[in-house]
Ligand binder design. Sequence first.
Ligand code: GLN
Length: 322
Amino acid sequence: MTTLLEAPPLGPLLDDIVRSHRPRQESGTVPTNIPFLAKVPFDSFGIAVATTGGEVFSSGDAHVPFSIQSISKVFTLAMALQGSSPGSLWSRVLREPSGTSFNSLVQLEVEHGIPRNPFINAGALVVTDHLMEETSDAATQLLRFATEQAGNRQAVSGMAGSGAAGPFIDEAAAASELARSSRNLALAHFLKDFGNLRRPAEAVVHNYVRQCSIMMTCVELARAGLFLANNGQGTQGTVLSRSEAKRIGSIMLTCGMYDAAGEFAYRVGLPGKSGVGGGVLVIVPGQCAICVWSPRLDAKGNSLAGTAALADLSDRTGWSVF
Ligand code: GLN
């Protein structure tokens, strides 16, 4: 693998990536079940790289907060693995690619309520239910985790204040998604019917959409994801053991982009996790965490410009797990 020192200087390289990949015209889609995401300007584009050496490089709209959506699933899984009974989670959710869209119902019924992996919606609902055994407000716990890892200690005490620096939950966006959550509620009721949900379906979905509605910048997300590239060591100390961090990276590689995981591995060659807010978090083991954001999506719900930019960046730096 190419080391950071051999890669081209990162600042100018990221500026060039932004110049080349910031969308010039509206293409792709926005999620219809989250009206708030349709209002984000199509030409937004940011990128940040947080290195294991403690440096952060960024360019474009890297300091603009956006909705992390399913990128939250990486952090909730990490929190579940930190908890007192991580083993019990793995009897409730598998670690196999789904090959289906992130909110598909079909596989869940055929496979008797055991989701394929924690990064599709059904799996994340199980992880949320698992977390809610220990704290009823898993979303606020996630916000605290993300805020600490992003290095915004100041905002931890202030918590959800919208004007405050650091991550916050956009409660209005969450409420509007919740009002259109028939499909996630259906998934939760399926899980419940199969005995794989302990809390009421409505409570789990409500908490889940609040997790998805956390607003963070590319810089904050790259810093928050650094522990996955750094053997479990985060910006504030140990988050997970080396082997648990490796395992999350493996699930990102095989399941992080839903039914586009193969295509993403082919083009980018790195573990990644996307969200329908247009963000993608990517790990270069031992070297850095990268977050790119551009809101317009491809047919699988992954950022169009973001994926193209990551493919370009990995080709130009040689960063890949292959
Ligand atoms: N909140 C979104 C949903 O549940 C998250 C999906 C995603 O980012 N892929 O539909």
